[in-house]
Design a protein around this ligand. Sequence first.
Ligand SMILES: [Zn+2]
Length: 214
Amino acid sequence: MGIGIITSILLLVIIWYVYNDRCVVLKRYALPYGTIEIVDQSCHEGLPHTWSPSIIRMTESDWNSSRRDSILRHERVHLRQRTEPEAWRNFYRSEWGYEFTKQPPPGIPPHWLERLRPNPDTADGPWAVWRGRYVFFPTYRDAKRSLRSANVHVWDVLKKQIVDIPGSWKQHFCDGGNCPYQFEHPHEIAAEYITDNFNSPAAQQLAESLLVKQ
Ligand SMILES: [Zn+2]
């Protein structure tokens, strides 16, 4: 006996929801560099993000706000990262000392792993390993597991413990006392540098790279 028509429809609905990441698209705007999908607050808690190399998602209130241009500048960097992932990875590796992986590096205790706060813009490798030793990753801050309130942690693979942000990292990535806000991942650091005109040594390397000049 085959599966019934109701079951088939239910399966299709489930597949549709999973494929669409449970986000309902309310409106679409076509821009020269991609499509803006207007989503509601239940889509990744209404946080702006990219969904493919040509799709940016945000809520109607962000679209209508004075933040729209800076959100678009930031998310367009993520579109470029999705379009040319290898070029960005090569830059992070050779200039910034980062590798990132989809699987957590061995040794991080399970209670940290299960608190990883997901981010669609870094989903190609959420674990960012700096200089082969320090693993940067974001976790939920509270039991409600809100995407909006995350802590960034640094795991030292040599000491096998959570450590403070290394001073040598700050020298390279901060502009004096001004450090990137979302320092969980090089994709986010790069988007912030380009959007906010940072002037750290790492930001200067990015500004001089072909990723930005082309
Ligand atoms: Zn971002």
